[in-house]
Ligand binder design. Structure first.
Ligand code: BDR
Ligand code: CA
Length: 311
């Protein structure tokens, strides 16, 4: 079993990712969930993380609130995609499980110090503010991380928040820069891959037919989440970005990519937050990340439905 900390800004796709992780107890031990400001402000992302744990019947999973703003920039949010609550779609009740008192960054630092070295995987599904802040505040924990598997960035598909940048990296490029320079083994799940993980009526039907609250909720979230991509891009469905990170941890044969150099643009106004990926290895900059690019979409959706059906 891989011990993981999920760092997240739910977000309907973050919510599905959390549910998938909680539905895979043989492969994944979710030590805790840390919320970060991103899709919506922190009070909503930590609330939404608790809603998702309650939906899964897993009020034993501790939920922490991390940073409420990027390291050195004002927060940019994505209500235009996720709605004003971040989890718009089906009506959701306010959560009753408590938020942990400890700050999310302290939780990350303490957990990495307490657990045996090289045993904890970090799964960032939002801006990298919490992870970078932990690394800056406690450099001793950097070498204790097993690996980071994150959703963020884009190269061939380029941006979804600016022409050059993907949302999670764009919101806090300084944080992303710290993480990509940290020396930790990083696997990147970029838009190039997640734009192949598109919902469709056929792929969501199994969730509608589960006859469970979780299945109904995912179907209703998808209906909401899709409307943005349908209107904006005329696509049939919406990319399930964040669940790809969890699916990869469950079955690495689902995705493939290259071990290459990836640098973060932090100064150009035009291309701020761009993940400059040396896919063709045209520089001799050392490889610092595995940049995934392709996914077996049918097997991904089959895994998702199979596991979620067990919740
Ligand atoms: C990423 O941004 C958020 O809106 C999604 O939850 C995902 O993590 C995609 O660019
Ligand atoms: Ca997210």
């Amino acid at each position: 079993t891989q011990k993981i900390i999920i760092d997240t800004d739910p977000g309907q796709d973050d919510a599905v990712a959390i549910l998938l992780a909680l539905a895979a107890p043989e492969e994944l031990d979710v030590l805790g969930i840390v919320a970060v400001a991103g899709n919506v402000p922190l009070p909503l992302t930590e609330r939404n993380a608790r809603i998702v744990c309650e939906l899964a019947g897993r009020t034993d999973v501790p939920v922490y609130a991390g940073c409420d703003a990027p390291i050195s920039r004002p927060l940019i949010t994505a209500e235009h995609v996720h709605g004003t609550t971040g989890l718009d779609g089906p009506p959701m009740e306010e959560p009753t499980m408590p938020l942990q008192d400890k700050h999310g960054v302290d939780y990350i630092i303490d957990t990495l110090r307490e657990e045996p070295e090289g045993t904890v995987t970090l799964c960032p599904l939002g801006p990298l503010t919490n992870i970078a802040t932990a690394f800056q505040r406690a450099p001793d924990v950097v070498g204790r991380v097993k690996e980071i598997v994150l959703m963020g960035g884009a190269y061939f598909e380029v941006g979804n928040i600016t022409p050059a940048a993907e949302f999670n990296i764009y919101v806090d490029p300084e944080a992303a820069d710290v993480v990509f320079k940290s020396g930790v083994a990083i696997t990147v799940v970029p838009l190039d891959l997640t734009h192949q993980a598109l919902t469709s009526p056929e792929r969501i039907r199994p969730f509608r037919e589960m006859g469970t609250k979780v299945g109904d909720t995912i179907a209703a979230w998808t209906d909401f989440f899709e409307r943005f991509d349908k209107e904006k891009y005329g696509s049939e469905g919406a990319p399930l970005h964040d669940p790809c990170v969890i699916a990869y941890l469950i079955d690495r044969s689902l995705m493939s990519g290259r071990h290459i150099n990836v640098e973060i643009e932090t100064s150009s106004e035009l291309t701020l937050g761009m993940t400059v990926a040396d896919w063709w290895r045209v520089t001799d900059r050392p490889a610092n990340a595995t940049f995934l690019k392709d996914i077996d979409t049918d097997r991904f959706f089959a895994l998702l439905a199979d596991r979620i059906g067990k919740l």
